[in-house]
Design a protein around this ligand. Structure first.
Ligand SMILES: Cc1cc2nc3c(=O)[nH]c(=O)nc-3n(C[C@H](O)[C@H](O)[C@H](O)COP(=O)(O)OP(=O)(O)OC[C@H]3O[C@@H](n4cnc5c(N)ncnc54)[C@H](O)[C@@H]3O)c2cc1C
Length: 596
């Protein structure tokens, strides 16, 4: 339904992005379709809901997901406590335990709801769901579809349900910036499919714009993953956290294709081996991703090579178990039953993002966030494999239920609760960004140079300066060069998607580089060659808001008054961010948030 014009007046809810998080929210907010088939107010919920997405509805990182969805769905050996413990271990001391508890407790129900919506997962001969084991999981708990085509099936089911709902869909529309008026979010300014700048106003706006893999030259993420939501939030003065924790997937196929085809962790779960340039094994294949990526970076550095090997030749029935991977390998002349597969780490998943409470509310009233763009605290310093589809399903549904319940404003729960409690320690600007502390790209000359070249240049700088292993020197050099790109390309408000994406990548790159520079330790997905150990005093969340960098303890203190309500997600009545939040309020910038 591209070209659909927004209805006159405001929508009740505008969902930005059509991956697992956005559509999990949309199908609950807008279900079901009116018998006449007309889009508009949902007869089920009475809400007028719009889904705005920059490509086709089905285009998202979600549809590329392979391995599956982690949830406790069977098996006597498993329990939600074990899933919680595995998630906390991967998160390296920075998870929000209450958010993880919500994730693991509600996950199984959300998977069953998706099955009821029509998603078909792989089953054992007896009919029980087939469960795989992946790195960092202490038992087999990952449901999958089509072998390693899980994301495609999850996305298909949600896209079908969205088309069958009363939601109005805007395909090929690019959200430029949040509209912030009177201290609340009221929708977005967007480029329509026809290239017009249009205001799409809504009482509630859901940010579900996905991740930021396109910050790097080597990534598994699709071209849409340009950190747009993160950058919009930064410009609107909405707090973000944990942005230094970009997870690098160890086993991306070393091949010129972009995004890099991923050789799912499930292959190692089924027994595939990692081999160095000499054919030797060098790391536990089922260790967490950061451990494997770092071991690979180290080995590649010492052996002077750009790739290592994944040996899946001993796996039974490769083509039947992993038909999608098998087909993509054979398409480029590799036979996984005979050939070792060339691999190298690739930017894969942004663990941090826009801070939310346990219901997906951000610090800006009227703005909600879910999925990869959000920082719910479930991933901490490193995401456990297959927890991200689950996070989108759980928190997308949760925020929809909160909106349907009429909730307004944030509650003092989850990561946002800790932030609202105060106690964040400011970091000196010279320490966080010796090159500049501005998040504003709207400075500099009027004309834009070649967008594609500037984007490629930025991606190369980020891979060199902020890749698997970083240092103060590499981060500072990247910060200076990215700042120069920002100044050279920053003339005025973007007038097309390429300009907008580049501006967003510059904003997000500066944010990531600042946080990575401040974090003088190695923890989770963040590795510093000049600070190779984890340091207890750095067990802090790095929060950025309004150009300021602050340090925050990861968990609320026990006497905060919010304990006990966290896992249920109950919201104290009367909670409103206006009276709670420290520091600058979202939208309180030197210029209106809708200006660049
Ligand atoms: C190759 C690969 C394999 C993966 N495998 C797994 C796995 O097995 N298990 C797992 O749990 N996770 C996996 N992940 C991670 C997981 O797929 C993502 O984290 C998750 O799908 C993110 O969902 P999302 O809804 O937050 O964002 P996305 O699915 O990325 O959706 C974001 C949406 O926002 C839209 N958008 C972005 N910016 C704008 C804008 N400015 N205006 C309008 N629309 C916009 C995009 O077009 C897109 O529709 C994998 C990721 C990749 C890339």
């Amino acid at each position: 339904m591209s070209g659909w014009a927004p209805p006159p007046g405001r929508l009740d809810v505008l969902v930005l992005g059509s991956g697992v998080a956005g559509l999990s929210a949309a199908v609950r907010l807008a279900a079901p379709m009116a018998p006449s088939g007309a889009s508009g107010a949902s007869p089920g919920t009475g809400l007028r809901v719009g889904v705005l997405t920059k490509a086709e509805l089905s285009q998202s990182a979600t549809r590329w997901a392979q391995g599956g969805v982690a949830a406790v769905l069977g098996g006597d050996e498993d329990s939600t406590d074990l899933h919680l413990a595995d998630t906390l271990a991967a998160g390296a001391g920075l998870c929000d335990t209450d958010a993880v508890r919500v994730l693991v407790d509600e996950g199984p129900t959300r998977v069953h709801e998706l099955i009821a919506m029509g998603a078909v997962f792989d089953r054992q001969p007896g009919g029980a769901l087939a469960l795989a084991r992946e790195g960092g999981h202490s038992t087999a708990r990952v449901v999958h579809a089509g072998g390693a085509a899980t994301g495609a099936e999850v996305e298909r089911a949600l896209v079908d349900a969205t088309w069958a709902s009363a939601a109005a869909v805007l395909e090929g529309w690019f959200a430029l910036d949040l509209i912030v008026e009177g201290g609340r979010c009221l929708g977005v300014r967007a480029l329509s499919a026809g290239g017009e700048v249009v205001e799409v106003r809504a009482d509630q706006t859901v940010l579900a714009t996905g991740g930021a893999g396109q910050l790097f030259a080597v990534t598994t993420n699709p071209a849409e993953a340009t950190a747009d939501g993160l950058a919009m939030a930064l410009r609107a003065g909405v707090p973000v956290a944990d942005v230094e924790f970009m997870q690098f997937h160890p086993t991306a196929l070393h091949h010129p294709a972009m995004p890099r085809p991923l050789l799912s962790e499930a292959l190692r779960g089924h027994g595939a081996l990692l081999r160095d340039a000499d054919g030797e094994r060098f790391v536990d294949e089922l260790a967490p991703r950061d451990v494997v990526s770092r071991a690979m970076a180290d080995r590649m550095h010492h052996q002077g090579v750009e790739s290592l090997w994944l040996d899946a030749t001993a796996l039974d029935s490769f083509d039947a178990r992993f038909p999608t991977i098998d087909a993509s390998l054979r398409a480029i002349g590799l036979d996984p039953t005979r050939d070792w597969l060339p691999i190298a780490p690739a930017a894969h998943y942004l663990s941090g993002g826009v801070i939310t409470d346990l219901s997906g509310a951000t610090a800006l009233t009227g703005l909600w966030a879910a999925g990869e763009v959000a920082c719910t605290g479930v991933h901490g310093a490193n995401r456990l494999a297959s927890n991200s589809l689950l996070e989108g399903m759980v928190f997308g549904a949760r925020l929809a239920e909160s909106i349907l319940a009429g909730d307004e404003g944030a509650s003092p729960t989850g990561v946002l609760g800790a932030y609202l409690e105060g106690g964040a320690e400011p970091v000196d600007a010279g320490q966080s960004a010796p090159w500049s502390t501005s998040t504003d790209t709207a400075v500099g000359q009027e004309s834009w140079p070649d967008m594609a070249k500037a984007r490629e240049h930025l991606q190369r700088l980020m891979t060199d300066g902020a890749g698997v292993v970083r240092s103060a020197d590499s981060l500072t050099a990247a910060g200076r060069a990215v700042g120069a790109i920002g100044e050279a390309t920053g003339g005025g408000a973007p007038t097309d998607r390429a300009h907008g994406e580049l501006a967003n990548l510059v904003t997000a790159a500066r944010c990531l580089l600042s946080s990575a520079l401040v974090r003088c330790e190695t923890r989770g997905a963040h590795a510093r060659s000049d600070h190779p150990l984890a340091v207890e005093r750095w067990r802090r969340r790095i929060v950025q808001v309004g150009g300021q960098v602050t340090l925050l303890r990861p968990e609320p203190s026990p006497d905060s008054g919010s304990g006990g309500t966290h896992s249920s997600g109950e919201r104290p009545t009367g909670s409103h961010p206006g009276g709670l939040q420290p520091g600058p309020r979202p939208g309180d910038r030197g210029h209106p948030a809708s200006d660049r």
